[in-house]
Structures are given as structure tokens and as C-alpha cells.
Design a protein around this ligand. Structure first.
Ligand code: NAD
Length: 355
């Protein structure tokens, strides 16, 4: 076994059906008593319900979270926090909502409770991406990490089936890249394999019946493990390329991950054979795990090309250029010609090759 370092982020995980009802007790455990609930406009009714569950510990609701955490929205939420003298933050939602709570936490030092409603995994990472003047920057700090995460399957039942599938593939991308991360270690590898398996085994059941509590519970368990991989070890080419595409062409986050993952993995296949073996085992295939993911996307009825989610046909050169800037660690060097072939195939949805 190779030498490794193992650092884990400290967080309290409260997992189980209906456990949102314990939120007031969690606020008290944090020695707080004036919570600000944060969510999106679309999830306002759920936010109001949560405020009700908090009783006297729920003092304000902010329903303005949007994608990419623009600083103007953070400023508006800060005003609400200050006006109500809130002493803790509760994010009820996906990565966008949790991103806003993180942005407030890093500015105020307030503790956060995250109640995730997608599979994106942000709730277990100390990372925050924010947008100012159209530029998205990422930072990492201990104060960004939520102190408590309540994984309550009931909060995920309303996630539409297609969104659930692309969000699950977003989670799988975290675990897949953890397998060949520069900081890979045996514990994270166990979590990655278990997380991928839990998600892929239950996706069909969720698509057939989005109210299937057992399948949803297992998917949420998988998402927690995959998110922990993201929060614990460094990522590689796939996360870099998704960041580039999201920023340059404003592509939707989860779908971009879902579409690009087979291509990123094919790019790295020869440089990371051990990771590919574990990934194959987790996906239940003999070899070429990227093809299993490529086929899965089609079987699940998700968008299958970058063009379908808004990447312009003449965007490839820009994508290559941006990907080669601010180089990211990857088991295989990032080079213009193979990257160009990768983007070309992903743009049209052609099967991934050796690039
Ligand atoms: P999202 O939070 O943007 O949610 C997408 C939409 O789905 C929103 O309108 C939301 O209200 C709705 N929604 C969420 N859960 C729902 C539910 N259960 N029922 C009905 N509707 C629901 O999507 P996301 O993919 O979770 O998050 C994407 C954002 O998170 C991106 O900005 C990404 O960069 C960020 N992110 C950050 C990290 C990190 O570690 N910092 C990790 C993953 C994602």
C-alpha cells in the first residue's frame, strides 16, 4: 500500500427519515436560538414549513438563493440576517442554497445547518464558489463547512426524476475522481465505491417511482459518501472542465457533470487503471466504466450532448484554451489536441474514444 494522508472534515451527520423534525434541537446544540432559514423561491413553501418546525428558534426566512452564489444576493441575505440578529443559518435546498449559507457563514462566522434536497454534495465540503461581475471564484475555509447536516429523505421526494438522475451523476463524478485523486487514500476509496454503488443501484427505482422511500434513502446515503469524497480529496480533469464550461457558457451544473463524465473518464482511463477497475466493480461491469455511464445517460433519458444543454458549436477552442489555463492536477497531462477531441465528441454526444 502506498503512503497516504487522511484528513476528514468535522461535521455532525443526522441521517434518517423525518429527522428535519429535530432541527430545533440541533439549533440548541449549537447554542443558538435565532435561526435564519435560507432557500430558493421555488422551495419557499418548504422554507415556511421549516420555519414553523423551528418554533421560537426560527426568526427569518430568505428565499432568494440562486445558482452560482452572486455576491448581490449574499448582500441582500446579510441584511436580513443583521436585521433579525440571527445567530445561526439553516440551508434547505441544493448546492445553490447551501452555497448562499456558506457565503453568509464565511462573512459572519455563524454556524450552519444544511438540509440538502439534491445529491450535489456541497453540504459536506469546506468549499464555496461565488460570482462577482460574472466571474466565479472558489475558496476554501473551515468556517465554510456546515457544522450539522440533516439528511432527511422526505426532503428529496419532490426532486423531479430527471433532476434526480443528473444530480446523482454529479455525485458519482465526485467519487469517480476521488479514486484517482492525487490525495486518494484507502478510506475515501471505500466511500467512493460504496457511494457510486448505492446511487446507481437505486436510480431506476427512483425514476419509476420518485416517492420510493427506500430507493431515495439509499441514493441520499450514496450522495453523502460521494460528497464526502469531494470535500476530502482533490478533484481532477472532470471538475476542472465542468467549471470551465459552466463559467464560459453558463451551462447547467448537474447536467454538465452528467454529460461530460464518460468523456473525462475515457481521457484518464490508461493513466488510472486501478481507479477504472474499482469504478467498473461499483458500476457492475467488466471494463470500460465510462461506457456504462455513457449508456446510463441514454437509458435514463437525460440530455446526451453539450450542444443539447447550450454549448455553442464554435465554443470548443475557447473551452480548450480555458482548460489549459490555471492547470489542475490530473493523472494524465492536459493537452490541447486530445482535449479538443474530447470536447468535440461531448458536444455532439459521440461515444467516448481513447482521445
Ligand atoms: P440547485 O441547488 O441549483 O437546485 C436546482 C433547482 O432545483 C432549484 O430551483 C431548486 O429550488 C430545486 N430543488 C432543489 N431540491 C429540490 C427538491 N427536493 N424538490 C424540488 N425542487 C428542488 O442544484 P444543485 O445541482 O444541487 O446545485 C448546483 C450548485 O451547487 C452549483 O452552483 C454548484 O457550483 C454548487 N455546488 C457546490 C459544491 C461545493 O462543494 N461548493 C458542490 C456541489 C455543487
Amino acid at each position: 500500500m502506498k503512503a497516504f494522508n487522511y484528513n476528514i472534515n468535522p461535521a455532525r451527520i443526522v441521517f434518517g427519515e423525518g429527522r428535519t423534525s429535530e432541527v430545533a434541537a440541533e439549533v440548541a446544540r449549537l447554542q443558538a436560538g435565532r435561526a435564519l432559514v435560507i432557500t430558493t423561491e421555488a422551495q419557499q413553501a418548504d422554507g415556511e414549513k421549516l420555519l414553523g418546525e423551528l418554533g421560537s428558534a426560527g426568526v427569518a426566512l430568505f428565499c432568494g438563493a440562486v445558482m452560482h452564489t452572486p455576491v448581490e444576493v449574499t448582500a441582500a441575505a446579510l441584511e436580513v440576517q443583521r436585521a433579525h440578529e440571527c445567530d445561526c443559518l439553516i440551508a434547505l435546498g441544493g448546492g445553490s442554497t447551501i452555497g448562499l449559507a456558506k457565503a453568509l457563514a464565511v462573512r459572519t462566522g455563524l454556524p450552519q445547518i444544511a438540509i440538502p434536497t439534491t445529491y450535489a454534495g456541497s453540504e459536506v465540503t469546506p468549499v464555496l464558489g461565488e460570482t462577482e461581475n460574472g466571474v466565479k471564484t472558489t475558496r476554501k475555509a473551515d468556517t465554510i463547512l456546515p457544522k450539522v447536516v440533516i439528511y432527511d429523505v422526505l426532503q428529496t421526494l419532490s426532486l423531479p426524476p430527471q433532476v434526480s438522475a443528473s444530480s446523482a451523476l454529479n455525485a458519482i463524478a465526485h467519487a469517480a475522481e476521488a479514486l484517482y485523486s492525487q490525495e486518494a487514500n484507502p478510506i475515501i476509496t471505500l466511500m467512493a465505491e460504496e457511494g457510486i454503488e448505492a446511487l446507481v443501484r437505486h436510480l431506476d427505482a427512483i425514476l419509476a417511482d420518485p416517492q420510493d422511500i427506500e430507493a431515495r434513502t439509499m441514493a441520499q446515503y450514496g450522495a453523502w459518501l460521494c460528497g464526502t469524497c469531494l470535500g476530502t480529496v482533490g478533484m481532477a480533469i472532470h471538475h476542472k472542465l465542468c467549471h470551465v464550461l459552466g463559467g464560459a457558457f453558463n451551462l447547467p451544473h448537474a447536467e454538465t457533470h452528467a454529460i461530460l463524465l464518460p468523456y473525462s473518464l475515457a481521457y484518464n482511463a490508461e493513466a488510472a487503471p486501478h481507479a477504472m477497475r474499482i469504478l467498473s466493480r461499483a458500476l457492475g461491469v467488466e471494463d470500460k466504466p465510462w461506457m456504462a455511464l455513457y449508456d446510463m445517460l441514454r437509458r435514463l433519458g437525460l440530455p446526451t450532448s453539450l450542444k443539447a444543454i447550450g454549448m455553442p458549436e464554435d465554443g470548443i477552442e475557447r473551452a480548450v484554451e480555458l482548460s489549459l489555463q490555471a492547470r489542475y492536477w490530473n493523472p494524465r497531462a492536459l493537452e490541447a489536441a486530445p482535449l479538443r477531441r474530447l470536447f468535440q465528441a461531448a458536444l455532439t454526444g459521440d461515444a467516448p474514444a481513447a482521445f
